[in-house]
Design a protein around this ligand. Structure first.
Ligand SMILES: [Zn+2]
Length: 61
């Protein structure tokens, strides 16, 4: 299942949210105000389902 990524607003790197969704479950999930401690900049980012990118390649950067 694809990994859920968001873009760090400070470093513009893609960070893994720790969640795995496909498009069907993502659309039905209620992800309105999630938080994620960022591994790149150390801050806590708020994100919603509209912010996410699905990494379907399975590759890690
Ligand atoms: Zn960050």
């Amino acid at each position: 299942m694809p990994r859920l990524l968001i873009e760090c607003p400070d470093t513009h790197k893609m960070i893994y949210t720790g969640l795995n969704f496909n498009w069907e479950t993502l659309e039905s999930a209620s992800l309105d105000d999630e938080t994620l401690p960022c591994t790149e900049c150390g801050k806590v980012h708020h994100w919603t389902s509209k912010d996410v990118i699905l990494d379907e390649t399975g590759s890690s950067s």
